[in-house]
Design a protein around this ligand. Structure first.
Ligand code: UN1
Length: 513
């Protein structure tokens, strides 16, 4: 299936060569910029080129953002919410084009491309409501005729470093909330998927122009890790929200921590589903297969391990093998396809290396992997989802490989299964498939899953925006999206007001002059 990408690029304002930075009004490049070609993993063709931001571009952008913050923070929050409402509307209008571009540039299925844009629309709706609900608490003072309360103020510049696998949704989770909170945003998208970011910037720019939003409220900087390093080290950045590998997150956290800045980290996952003896094996199969092969195993929430009760192990393994035999791998823009390509050749290399490492450690592949060749697979990025019987303690099983490799392991007691589920460095998402209430509650209790997300009878991926999203341990501890995740984009101020004609001190201290 061929996609006619040119009219889509044109409608989304993507040029043959795209400028390195935007301040929400103007596109700029310093003139010394490196040119970077962007290829589609779908067919290996070049889509367009982008310029990489220079240090000059970086500095100009941050100065604009600083100026914009001075004005934006004075706009009433519901008025800022109205801008985000219009952004949501603009995304609705562009859902088809943007969804297709996400699919073509990143390689996820068209349904998932649309789903990603839908997540953006959903978070905009959420943020609009939130713009009238940035509540603080009031407290009773221990002193007479005193009032105490807390209020939330915007932080300043929020730097958003996003990954290729959710090239636009994760930006919107951060930006929609940060903007209603009164912050200004500077976005560095993955250099693997910069065009969808250019498209979003063009969409937001139109909304801003129609509403006289100050230049600099939502900025874009295209570049490689040097831009991420500049952001992390820059004290002008009040918060760095970074999504990506644990290795990257540790570097960001160290740099931001060294200047006592704030960071919000959403890093690697190594997510398991426990398949209990009391599981509904049919729904478990769908949850497990979608979790493992959806987005070609490139979600941070992808299912990487199945911990299966010994009494259903063989039966469930056979079901999985049969289901994998029916998977259609190919052009993700074709609706009948289940699995698209990996993002690039480097990802293919790490997939192949992981398979070799697993075999070397004793893994037994019940569905073999491999790279697909021939017609339709010219990009060299299409791989076979595979399944290995493995042990939790294998080094490769402890490691997050961003590819469709699923490890199977057996358990006999639930405590053992929970210990295996928790026995990895990462702590993002987890699930148990069981119709047994006691098991479900045990899994969700304080002695159960140690992850930020713990589900019953659904898989590990596909979280809704309404809940706080993120995980523990090497996943970084950050929470984005719903619930009260907005608080990380604001600073809390405690206020005590004395309306008496005395100055009583707290703790009953006497200090008379
Ligand atoms: C990610 O992979 O970085 O829960 C985000 C999910 C999606 C988000 C994944 N809503 O699978």
């Amino acid at each position: 299936m061929q996609i006619d990408i040119d009219p889509i690029l044109q409608r989304l304002g993507i040029k043959a060569i795209n400028e390195a930075s935007s301040t929400g009004k103007n596109w700029n490049s310093a003139g010394t910029n490196a040119i970077h070609k962007v290829f589609s993993p779908v067919d290996g063709k070049q889509i367009a080129e982008v310029k990489f931001a220079s240090e000059d571009d970086y500095d100009t952008t941050i100065k604009k953002a600083q100026e914009a913050f001075k004005v934006w923070r004075t706009w009433p929050s519901p008025k800022r919410g109205e801008i985000v409402r219009q952004l949501g509307e603009a995304l609705r209008d562009n859902k088809e084009d943007l969804g297709k571009l996400v699919s073509y540039e990143m390689g996820k299925s068209l349904q998932e491309g649309y789903g990603e844009v839908q997540e953006m629309i959903d978070i905009c709706d959420f943020a609009v409501g939130l713009s009238r609900q940035l509540y603080g608490l009031t407290m009773h003072s221990e002193r007479p005729l005193h009032r105490m309360y807390e209020q939330w103020h915007p932080l300043g510049i929020v730097g958003i470093i996003s990954a290729f696998n959710f090239p636009v949704a994760v930006w919107s989770w951060n930006a929609a909330l940060a903007m209603v909170c009164g912050d200004v945003c500077v976005w560095k998208p993955s250099e693997k998927t910069p065009l969808t970011a250019v498209a979003c910037q063009n969409i937001i720019q139109k909304v801003f122009e129609a509403n006289d939003v100050p230049e600099g409220v939502s900025c874009l900087l295209i570049g490689d890790r040097t831009i991420g390093e500049l952001m992390s080290n820059d004290p002008r950045m009040a918060l760095i929200s970074a999504t990506g590998s644990t290795r990257m997150g540790k570097a960001v956290s160290a740099a931001v921590g060294a200047r006592l800045g704030k960071s919000l980290l959403e890093l690697g996952g190594n997510n398991a589903i426990i398949i209990s003896k009391d599981a509904d094996l049919e729904t478990s199969l769908i949850g497990a297969v979608f979790g493992a092969v959806g987005t070609a195993g490139q979600r941070c929430t992808s299912t990487r391990r199945l911990i299966i009760h010994e009494s259903v192990y063989e039966e469930f393994k056979n079901k999985l093998v049969k289901a994998y035999g029916q998977l259609k791998i190919g052009n993700p823009l074709d609706e009948k396809i289940h699995v698209g390509p990996l993002i690039d050749q480097d990802a293919v290399k790490s997939y192949l290396e992981s398979i070799e490492k697993c075999k070397a450690e004793g893994g037994n592949f019940v569905v073999e992997g491999g790279v697909l060749e021939g017609e339709g697979y010219e990009s060299g990025c299409y791989v076979k989802p595979c399944i290995a019987e493995a042990k939790n303690e294998y080094q490769i099983v402890q490691h997050e490989t961003f590819a469709p490799i699923l490890y199977l392991m057996k358990y006999s007691a639930l405590e053992e299964a929970i210990a295996m589920q928790n026995g990895v460095p990462q702590g993002l998402s987890s699930a148990i498939m069981t119709l047994n209430l006691r098991e479900a509650e045990q899994f969700l209790s304080a002695t159960g899953s140690d992850c930020g997300i713990a589900n019953v009878n659904i898989g590990t991926s596909g979280a809704e925006i309404g809940g706080a999203f993120g995980g523990e341990k090497e996943t970084g501890g950050g929470r984005e999206s719903g619930s009260d995740a907005w608080k990380v984009y604001m600073r809390r101020q405690t206020n005590t007001i004395n309306y008496s004609d005395k100055l009583p001190l707290a703790q009953g201290i006497k200090f008379d002059l």
